[in-house]
Write a protein that binds this ligand. Sequence first.
Ligand SMILES: [Ca+2]
Ligand SMILES: [Ca+2]
Length: 637
Amino acid sequence: MTFRRNLTRFCRICLAGALGVAAIASIEAAPLTMNTGGAIWNDTEGRQINAHGGCILKVGKTFYWYGENQTRHGKSSGVNCYVSPDLVNWTFKNRVISQGTPGLSESQFERPKILYNSGTRKYVMWAHRENLRDYADAQAVVAQCDTPDGNYALVKMFRPFDKTANTVDHGKPGFMSRDCTLFQDDDGTAWFISSSNENQDLMFYKLSPDYLDTVEHYKVLPRGSREAPALLKCDGKYYLLTSASTGWNANYNTLQEAEKITGPYGPQQGLISRIGDSTFNSQVSFVLPITGRKGTVYLFMSDRWKVWNLPNSRYIWLPLRFEKGTFQPIVWGDCWQLDLESGLATFPVDPTPSPDNLARGRPVHCDKNNERNGKEPDRIVDGDKKTGWAADGGDAPQWIKIDLGQSYALNDSKITWEGDQRAYRYRIDVSVDDVHWSPAVDRTTNEQISETNNDRLNCNARYVRLTITGKGAGMWFWATCEEWELLSGSTNVAFKKSVTASSAQWGRYAAKITDGDFGTYWSTGDDKPGHWAQIDLGRSADLGACRIVWQNPGYFYQYKIEASEDRMSWTPVVDMSTNTKVVRMPVHRFKARGRYLKLTLTGADDGCWPSIAEWEVFSQGKAPAEQQYSGFRGSSQ
Ligand SMILES: [Ca+2]
Ligand SMILES: [Ca+2]
C-alpha cells in the first residue's frame, strides 16, 4: 500500500511538471507515470516485486511480467509471474516454474523468457538452469503451458546440440548455455540466444516450429565475452543489446546493429552517452516494444543487482528512443510518462546546470538567407547588445529560431531591439521536437514602443522561434534584433564558491560540487553515515532554496542541511533523515539567512556510496523547477 501512495505522489509531481509539455504534443489520453528509477517497487498486495532478469509478454490487453524469484543466497528458486493492465500496477499471479515442478527439484533458474506459439497454442519458456551445488551445468530449461500464468511443465533441460557428435564445450557435450533470451521474428520463427564457452561466445539458435528444440546454431559474437542478451527488430534491422561479463557488478551495456539476425553485428555503441558509466548501475534484461496509434516506445528493462540482498535488486525501466534510423543514448529520469494508447512517451533529456541566459551561443536558424554583412543570425545570441540580426528586406512574416540543445523550463524571453522609437509586432512559439509548435507569446497587435520586450514563457521547450509578423508604430524599416535572451530565472549563488568536506576519495574533492559541471563529483568514499560538506558563500545572503544533484541516479539518500552565519551556531533548514524516495535532483525550498550551508549525510539506499555531482544554492524565489529535464515526444518506426 505504501507504494501506491508513493506512486500517487509521483504522479502529481511528474504530471504537474509536464502539463505545459503535454499541451504541446496534444495528447488525448493522460499518460501513465512510469516510476521505475530504482525505487522499491511493490505489487498490488504491498509486497516487493520479485521478478528479476525477466521479460514481459502482452496477451490481449494484459501484460505478463516473468522474472526470477531471487533469494538471499543468490539461487533463484523459480519464476514468478505478475500481471498488469498498464505496466505500472502489478498483481502477483503464480510461480509458474519452481523447484516444485516435477523434474526440477535440484534447480535454480535465471533469465526466463516466454513466447506464445500460435501453431501449438502453447506458451513456451526458455531459461538458464543450474543445479544447486555449483554453476557448472550451464543448461537451457524448456517448459510449456496452455495459459500464460499457469504451471509450466518441464519439456527438457539440456545443452544445445548435446546430441551432435564432436560438440563439446568445457568437457561436456553440447554448448554451455547461460545468460539467455528469446526472440520471435515477424514470420513467427523463434530464436534462442545464449552465452556459451564460459560466456566467451554468444550463440544464436533457430528453434523448431514448436519452439521446443534448437535446429540451427550460429556463433554470432565469438570471443565477445557478452552476457544478458536482448534482441529487438526495428525498421527491418536487428538490434542486439548485451552487457560485458563482470558478474553481479554493472558495466557499460551496448547495442549492436545487423541486417540479418545472425549478423554480422556492427560495432558496439553505448546504451547511454557517458563512456565508462555502468548503465545507471544496471544490467539489461529485455526490451519491450509498445506500439500505439502514433508510434512505438521501446521499454528498456534492466536489473540493478543488490548482491548482498538479491531479492532487493531493483528494476530500471527507461524509454529507449529510435530516431533518425538509430537508437539514441538512454537518458536518466526518476520517472517518465507513457501513453499506451498512442505509443508516445516522455523522454528525459540530460540535465545541465542552468545559466542565466540559456540562449547565449546556441545555434540559430532563420527562414531567409539574409546573411547581411555584420547582421548575421548568430549575432542575436552573441551576448553583445551592439550587434544584431536584421530581418531582411522588411517582408513579414519572418522567423528566427534558437535550438537550446535540450528542453529547459523557460521562465522569460527578453528581446532587445535596435532603436528605441519603434513598436515591433511578433509572436513566439516553442517546441520540444522542432515539429510540433505551441504558441507562447502573442504580440501581433503590439503598438507599444519599446527598446526591449520582456515576455513570460513559462514552458518547457528546446526550440524557441521568434516570428516578426508586421510593422508597428514608428517602424519604417525592417526589424533588427540585437539580442534575444531566454532566461531560466535560476542563478546558482554557490557556483565556484569554496567547499570543505569531512572526507574525499582521491580526485573526487569537495570543490567538485560547486564547479558547475554535472560530470564531476565529490565522493564520500564509503557508505558510512556522518560525512558532511560545507559551502562558504563568501558573504551572508537571504537563501530560498538549494538543489542537490546526486551522482548516482536511482537511489534514495538521507541527509540534513543547516545554515549558519558564523560556523558556530547552525540552524536546521532541511531534514531528509527518514527519506526513502528516489529523486535524483531534489529541490529544497526554505527561508534562511547565512553565509555557510552544511549538508550532513545520515544514510543511503542499500549498496550506495553517496556522491554529489553538484550542490546549487539559490536566493529566495530563484530556484529552478524540479522537473527541468522532461521533454515530450513520440518515436515512430
Ligand atoms: Ca548581439
Ligand atoms: Ca560538479
